[in-house]
Each structure stands twice: as structure tokens, then as C-alpha cells.
Design a protein around this ligand. Structure first.
Ligand SMILES: [Fe+2]
Length: 297
């Protein structure tokens, strides 16, 4: 008689390619890429974000964690965090995963999660519930990363996951033997869909657990973190064009995301692409400014 296998997530090497990542997401809902960044990058990133974490209060409720500090605006605050957002494999996989549902993708959230000793475990949840249950299950609206900036262990709050639950009916509850913890060394990245059941683990150790949560969504959905306020135009104008576009400073489609300047003198057009607020024009081929797919019913 064979014993039932324990739930687990695939562990991939740093040189894994996008099709392999997508296969893992389809089969399991999540995967770990071990040692995706080197220790020097982990130290640099940690040094950039800790001053902001130090002045962040604990969460205000059990879900955000009353002994957990969540700190955002990381595109504006941390140059190395921007490198993580633009990590070639992650960004390529995010674009490929979300491509069936959108023309463009957006940065959804930047947040360090600092789980202090004594933190209780977080309720299992699906991140896509940020939009309620309005999006049909046939649409995957979210691609998530959680970068380990300390080792993630069973004792210090490694994230709990229910492998395969991205395909479950939303009412189904996980049995204890269907839940695992995503242990990984610092420098690894956990990739997971917005549909998989997961939650932060309890920290019963003596040291904090630090993760960097960077997530991506469809170009036509509202972002969890309001990137126009967390990274306003006077900061965003100094960033790379692709980073600006991920924040949302580009139109999602022909009639999606333009603006009018309320203080402008009369000009040639009152309908402006977001790039105008950063002092540039849309990049060629990315403007999505033609009404070609709009036809009379
Ligand atoms: Fe979550």
C-alpha cells in the first residue's frame, strides 16, 4: 500500500524558462524559483526598505496582522525594488500568464511583509477576491511574486499554500492535510496565481520574516495599490518608460485611461495620453489608440 503524497510545490532553478513556470502555475497554482537573486542583491534590497519598515505601524486587523508591518510605495522608495519588478523571467512570465485576458499588464501591488515574532497565521484566501466575486473563474486576473529576503521556514511564517486549489470551486475548504508551507532560502521567489488559496504563516521563531510582495494584474482592472498616488507623476517621470507603463502611465486600450488637464490653456486636444503627464509621448506600437476593434452592433 502506498502512502498518500504530502502536498508540495515545484521547486525550479534560477535558469527556469517561462513555459516551465506557466506549466507549474497551470498544474499547481504556484512554484518556487530557488536562489533567483544573489545574497548581495538581497542585502542591498533589505537595506533600502528597512528604514521604511522601521517607521511602519503594525497591521490594524487580524487579516493584515497585528504584529505584521506592511510597507508600500516601493517603486518610489527603492531602486532595487524596481529591478525586482522588472526581473526578466518574472516579467516575461507575468506578461505571458496574463496575455489571454488583456492587451497590457499593470503593477498591482508593491509591499514588504515583515512578520514579527508572535504573529498569528493569516486566514487562507484568494488574492483575486480584491475584486469580489465579479470576475468569472475563466479569467485569471493576477500574477503574484513573493521574494524571500530572509529564509522562509515553517517556524518564522513561511506562506501556507493549498497546491491545486486554484482549480477548486470557491466554496471548497482546505483540509489540514492539503495545506503546506512554502519553505525557501533568502533570494528565492515564490510565484503564484491570484486564484490559489494561501495565507501568511505564524511566526513562532525569535526573528522576523521579511518578504517582498510584487504582483501584476490586467490592464483593465483597478490596482490593489493606487500607483498614481504611491508613485505620482513628479517621481514617475524619472523612471524607465516600461516601468512607467507598468504603473499605469499609458492607456490600457483605445478608450481606457486618458485624461484631461484641468488647468491647461486651450490646446489642440483635451484628450491626453497619460504619458503627457510625464513629459513624453506614448512609445510607438504601444499606444493602443486606434478604435479598430470597435464596431457597430
Ligand atoms: Fe494574499
Amino acid at each position: 500500500m502506498s502512502l498518500p503524497s504530502l502536498p508540495s510545490l515545484p521547486s525550479l532553478p534560477p535558469e527556469a524558462d517561462t513555459p516551465t513556470v506557466l506549466d507549474c502555475l497551470e498544474a499547481n497554482g504556484a512554484a518556487i524559483i530557488e536562489n533567483a537573486i544573489d545574497p548581495g542583491t538581497v542585502r542591498k534590497l533589505t537595506g533600502e526598505v528597512m528604514p521604511f519598515i522601521d517607521r511602519t505601524p503594525m497591521g490594524g486587523d487580524d487579516f493584515s496582522g497585528k504584529l505584521t508591518q506592511r510597507t508600500g510605495a516601493l517603486v518610489a522608495r527603492s531602486a532595487t525594488c524596481r529591478d525586482m519588478v522588472m526581473h526578466p523571467l518574472v516579467l516575461q512570465a507575468a506578461r505571458a500568464f496574463l496575455a489571454p485576458f488583456t492587451e497590457k499588464i499593470l503593477l498591482h501591488l508593491t509591499q514588504t511583509i515583515y512578520i514579527n515574532p508572535g504573529s498569528e497565521r493569516q486566514t487562507l484566501h484568494r488574492d483575486r477576491l480584491a475584486w469580489g466575486t465579479h470576475i468569472p473563474s475563466s479569467i485569471e486576473p493576477q500574477f503574484n511574486t513573493l521574494w524571500a529576503l530572509t529564509d522562509f521556514t515553517t517556524d518564522n511564517g513561511a506562506t501556507r499554500f493549498v497546491p491545486g486549489s486554484h482549480k477548486w470551486d470557491w466554496e471548497r475548504r482546505a483540509a489540514p492535510d492539503e495545506i503546506m508551507q512554502a519553505q525557501m532560502p533568502a533570494g528565492s521567489v515564490l510565484i503564484y496565481t491570484g486564484s490559489i488559496l494561501h495565507g501568511g504563516g505564524a511566526n513562532t521563531s525569535a526573528t522576523p520574516r521579511l518578504g517582498l510582495n510584487l504582483t501584476y494584474t490586467l490592464g483593465w482592472l483597478r490596482q490593489e495599490e493606487n500607483q498614481y498616488l504611491s508613485c505620482p507623476p513628479h517621481i514617475a517621470k524619472n523612471l524607465e518608460p516600461e516601468m512607467q507603463e507598468l504603473l499605469g502611465y499609458t492607456q490600457g486600450n483605445y478608450a481606457l485611461g486618458y485624461y484631461s488637464d484641468p488647468e491647461a490653456a486651450i490646446s489642440r486636444s483635451d484628450i491626453l495620453p497619460p504619458e503627457s503627464a510625464l513629459g513624453r509621448k506614448p512609445r510607438k506600437g504601444l499606444a493602443a489608440l486606434t478604435p479598430g476593434n470597435i464596431t457597430e452592433p
